[in-house]
Design a protein around this ligand. Structure first.
Ligand code: AQP
Length: 344
């Protein structure tokens, strides 16, 4: 039986943090043996915000190396860099011409990032979800494992695919409609300095996130300084009650979730262990669990980065495998749209 296909990616816009890891990469790793996987570094997305050309290529390599360090296996996955396959940009243009403008203007992430970027908002930022749709649809992906923040973009991808199929597919659909794969726990990891905002690479404060490559000392410092509340006794249930009200404890909920996922303990075990703890007792537990969870990832990362020629060869063969599928889909799309073919 052929395996279902998975496509996902991360932008090289800064240091990967626990949100990217728990919302995305961890799930890729956990389920990789069940699927035919394509994991890319989405560098074309990275230039929708102001970026530094001096570091873009290096950041892309770092992210690819982290995929491997976190446990992505070449037996199950192809790893590649988005801009190495021109079909991503070409399909974006074609999809732009079937996507209504108001669908893009409704995207929450566009509105949030447009506010953050002030006067620096380019057309690419508005078009970001169409590029993401092209990434996914080129590979006829069945499933797309993402954090909760990307759910709306996944729905848009399905809408664009359905619209294209309806308008242009003759006998059978050109695009498969993909599904979002969102984990119950870790789908939305919050900032360490404000439990109501998501942990994000672009937060100006590095204290708001734990990066996968942070040293043990830095992890300890960030957890020591992280925002908590005045209550004693940490429970998942109590913090869930009163969500959004004055009694809400978003930091408590977030830090307990981080502890559960970093330690690998069950929710019940963590709830029992932490129900009578104060923050001063809890923080060292979270620090220790985080350092220990990241230790093998950091060691493997150093190993991968010592042989950049090998990393480059992985990205080259990943590109070749991915391009075969992407070019096939692009040819079908152009044919459905009525473009002339070479020699016709
Ligand atoms: N806080 C989060 N909790 C859970 N999942 C998250 N993801 C991001 N933040 C969290 C998931 O990580 C994947 C890659 O994200 P991305 O780099 O493509 O863009 P993003 O969602 O915009 O990530 P950031 O860190 O917030 O970057 P900036 O600050 O540059 O915008 C996605 O699957 C995402 O869901």
């Amino acid at each position: 039986m052929t395996k279902k296909r998975v496509l996902s990616g991360i932008q090289p816009t800064g240091n990967l943090h626990l949100g990217n890891y728990l919302g995305s990469i961890r799930n890729w790793v956990e389920h990789q043996h069940n699927y035919e996987n394509y994991f890319c570094v989405v560098d074309l997305h990275a230039i929708t915000a102001p970026h530094d050309p001096q570091t873009l290529a290096e950041n892309s390599y770092t992210i690819a190396a982290l995929y491997l360090a976190c446990g992505i296996s070449l037996e199950h996955a192809s790893i590649f860099i988005q801009s190495h396959i021109p079909a991503h940009s070409e399909l974006t243009w074609l999809l732009n011409c079937v996507t209504p403008l108001n669908w893009l203007q409704d995207m929450i992430q566009f509105k949030e990032k447009a506010i953050k970027q002030g006067e620096n908002v380019n057309v690419g930022l508005l078009d970001y979800p169409v590029l993401m749709a092209a990434d996914i649809l080129l590979y006829q992906a069945d499933e797309v494992p993402v954090g909760e923040d990307q759910k709306q973009h996944l729905e848009l991808t399905r809408d664009i695919a359905a619209r294209f199929n309806h308008q242009f597919a003759k006998k059978q659909p050109v695009f498969k409609l993909p599904h979002a794969l969102i984990q119950a726990d870790g789908a939305r990891i919050m900032s360490l300095t404000d439990g109501t905002r998501k942990m994000s690479k672009s937060d100006p404060s590095d204290l708001s996130r734990i990066n996968l490559l942070d040293s043990p000392d830095l992890i300890e410092k960030k957890i020591k300084k992280c925002k908590t509340d005045l209550e004693r006794g940490l429970t998942f249930e109590a913090s869930l009650q009163g969500r959004g009200s004055a009694n809400d404890r978003p930091e408590c909920r977030n830090l307990l979730t981080l502890y559960m996922l970093m330690s690998g303990k069950s929710k019940e075990t963590v709830a029992a262990e932490c129900q009578d703890l104060g923050w001063g007792q809890f923080k060292p537990l979270l620090t220790e669990a985080t350092i220990e969870h990241l230790r093998p990832i950091q060691a493997k990362y150093q190993e991968v980065m010592t042989d950049k020629t090998y990393l480059a060869s992985i990205l080259e063969s990943g590109r070749d495998r991915a391009a075969t599928i992407a070019d096939r889909t692009l040819a079908e799309v152009k044919s459905a749209l009525g473009f002339s073919q070479v020699g016709s």
